[in-house]
Design a protein around this ligand. Structure first.
Ligand SMILES: [Zn+2]
Ligand SMILES: [Zn+2]
Length: 642
């Protein structure tokens, strides 16, 4: 009896009885069959070898899709474990999932892996791939599985705690075997190791079993795998670019900031040059906020625990807060993780009328959040940082217009710093929420409307909003295609209720305002870190700590160099004269590696003619440029966007 299955476009496909996923792919097209790594049968991922049932729906998964790469990478992790077990008998192996852009596997071999180990392992993996060993699925009972892994304590622990999500199908456990290697696994897998076209091991690092620092320390090997050697080469190039742009390297190299261990994890000190950039960013921020109808406020770094109880933070946000400080009079204080309650106290400092709304309070507010040391990442995920934070208090009827204006303001800021690719997520009402449903709907429609009006592409994260309100997260793509979340616009129906905020209406009744939290940079530190990586250190001219370096060709030009520098400085530019005892070439090279946007070389002819040799970022060197001319071009290059 032939069977009929349904393809994703709804069309039927007739196949002989017992036909497998692979045969179905072959019946659709030879090239599809070659690219196929698995199938989705009735929305469930399965191996290509699975026989299809009459009436099933079928989707062929190819290696160049996200799901396909995931399967590829997971299969590569088996090959990695197989290679390690072959080379280091007695190794205990733990888990090996696919992750974004790659995979890892955790081992207990009693020591750390060396770079030579990784080379040997990669070579062994290449042999296993060349041997084209089929991956064979087996379904066994829990007891059988425990016997298979008799001397593998991590595997036994997983089997003992058998959980549908990891390996089980009911009380049965699935294994995948290739040659002498066996692993606990739900699958699906590539049909055979030979279908792994391109992989590379990247590094080894320590990792705790189950991520728990009280459990054994294991050795994790990270690798990556792709659908083709070209895709792998592409990825390795992106990785190299990311390394070159890493702000944790650029910060000290450009003398901007550093993370001395004495200071503590997740905390940075800003050197004079970094602080200069920061000043330019913060000045911009204050200036543009004032121009957009915000009032600047300021608040302290600690507050009574009682305030955080009332705001609810000590309830739902306590994990991210530092421990409570008990004072000798028994009063309890906490370092602030957010600025919101302070701005609420300002709102409450007197009676408010509808005439004042919307009220927009703005603060460059430094907050402290506890992050586990494993997730701290330079300026991008720090334990102390300064938000360009605002709280807007408005009437329900003002939400639409306020949000639209806010989104325009946000995009303006991002564009001013040179970002031009945006994506947005709109997070909507979760199951548990506070506030009236119709108010949620109104705010969500307003957020979506603002997104539509801005022409941004956005996706809706259904039910992913915080319990107190819907929000928009804005992401930018950087120069090498990475996505960073920076701006957040968060509507809040919760805090106005917790603090019983009110305003007097036209009829002199009392109404509750709606609150909007928003940070446009997000945090000054994080934004700066992303900007450094985006620009690879070559910041926009107006942010450069040194905007021009003047290089005298010989000692006799020093005096003139000083005059050139003074003239530029007089026009508001940040200028350095390089008087080091080095050649002109060395000085120019240093200015360029320090990413200074302009180098002005002055020699005999310049001295007589009142000119300079000008090398402006992105342009060829030009000799004999009149000083006034150079100053004009340089000022233009370094002009702040507004
Ligand atoms: Zn597996
Ligand atoms: Zn807030």
């Amino acid at each position: 009896m032939p069977i009929t299955i349904t393809l994703p476009d709804g069309s039927p496909l007739r196949l002989p009885e017992g036909a497998t996923g692979r045969e179905a792919a072959g019946a659709i097209g030879r090239r599809l069959a070659e690219a196929a790594v698995a199938v989705k049968v009735d929305a469930e991922l399965r191996d290509l070898s699975v026989p299809l049932a009459d009436g099933a729906s079928l989707e062929v998964i190819t290696a160049d899709s996200d799901t396909g790469r995931h399967i590829l990478r997971h299969s590569a992790s088996h090959v990695l474990a197989q290679a390690v077990l072959g080379l280091f008998p007695g190794t205990r192996y733990a888990i090996g999932p696919a992750i974004e852009d790659g995979f890892y596997y955790d081992f207990d071999i009693g020591r750390a892996f060396t770079p030579e180990d990784l080379e040997a392992i990669e070579a062994r993996m290449t042999e296993i791939v060349a041997a084209d060993q089929p991956f064979v699925r087996e379904v066994v009972t829990k007891d059988e599985a425990l016997r298979v892994f008799a001397d593998q304590p991590f595997k036994r622990e997983i089997i003992e705690s058998v959980d549908e999500s990891e390996v089980a199908e009911g009380v049965r456990v699935t294994l995948y075997r290739n040659r002498d290697f066996v692993d606990l696994c739900r699958g699906p897998h590539l049909p055979s190791t030979g279908r792994l076209p391109a992989f590379k091991l990247l590094r080894a690092a320590g990792a705790y079993w189950r991520g728990d620092e009280h459990r054994p320390q294991l050795q994790r090997i990270y690798g990556t795998a792709w659908e083709s050697p070209a895709a792998l080469a592409d990825y390795l190039h992106r990785l190299e670019e990311a390394r070159r742009r890493d702000h944790r390297r650029l910060g000290p190299e450009l003398d901007l900031f550093s993370f001395p261990p004495e200071l503590g994890s997740g905390l940075a000190i800003w050197h004079p040059k970094g602080a200069t950039v920061r000043e330019a960013m913060e000045d911009y921020s204050r200036r543009t906020h004032r121009a957009h109808g915000y009032e600047l406020v300021a608040s302290p770094h600690i507050a009574r625990a009682h305030l955080w109880e009332q705001s609810g933070h000590l309830g739902f946000y306590a994990e991210s807060m530092y421990p409570i400080m008990e004072l000798d009079d028994g009063d309890r204080y906490v370092l602030k993780p957010m600025n919101c309650p302070f701005h609420i106290l300002i709102y409450q400092s007197r009676a408010r009328s509808y005439r004042e709304l919307p009220l927009r309070f703005f603060e460059l507010g430094t907050v402290y959040r506890y992050e586990r040391s494993g997730v701290v990442h330079g300026l991008l995920r720090a334990r102390g940082f300064t938000q360009d934070d605002s709280h807007i208090f408005c009437m329900e009827s003002q939400i639409d217009e306020e949000l639209k204006g806010l989104l325009d303001f946000s995009l303006m800021v991002l564009r001013d710093f040179g970002f031009d690719q945006f994506e947005a997520d709109l997070s909507t009402r979760p199951e548990k929420f506070v506030g009236r449903p119709e108010l949620w709907d109104r705010a969500t429609v307003a957020l979506a409307g603002a997104l539509e009006a801005s022409g941004l592409s956005y996706s809706v994260a259904e039910g992913e909003g915080a319990f107190y309100g819907p929000k928009i997260d804005l992401h930018v793509r950087d120069a090498i295609g990475r996505r960073w979340q920076l701006t957040t616009l968060q509507v809040d129906f919760g805090l106005p209720a917790n603090f019983q905020l009110e305003y007097a209406t036209t009829a002199n009744t009392r109404e509750r305002p709606v609150m909007i939290h928003r940070a446009l940079f997000g945090a000054v530190e994080r934004f700066f870190g992303v900007l450094l990586e985006h620009t690879a250190g070559a910041l926009p001219g107006w942010l450069c700590p040194v905007q021009a370096t003047v290089v005298p060709v010989a000692d006799r030009h020093r005096e003139y160099a000083g005059r050139v520098a003074a003239s530029l400085a007089g026009q508001g530019l940040r200028v350095e004269v390089d008087l080091a005892d080095e050649t002109v070439g060395e000085k120019i090279r240093r200015a360029l590696t320090q990413k200074h946007p302009a180098v002005l070389v002055v020699g005999d002819r310049d001295l007589d003619a009142g000119t300079v040799g000008l090398r402006l970022r992105g342009e060829d060197e030009e000799r004999g440029v009149p000083l006034a001319d150079a100053a004009r071009r340089l000022t233009e290059f370094c002009r702040a966007p507004r």
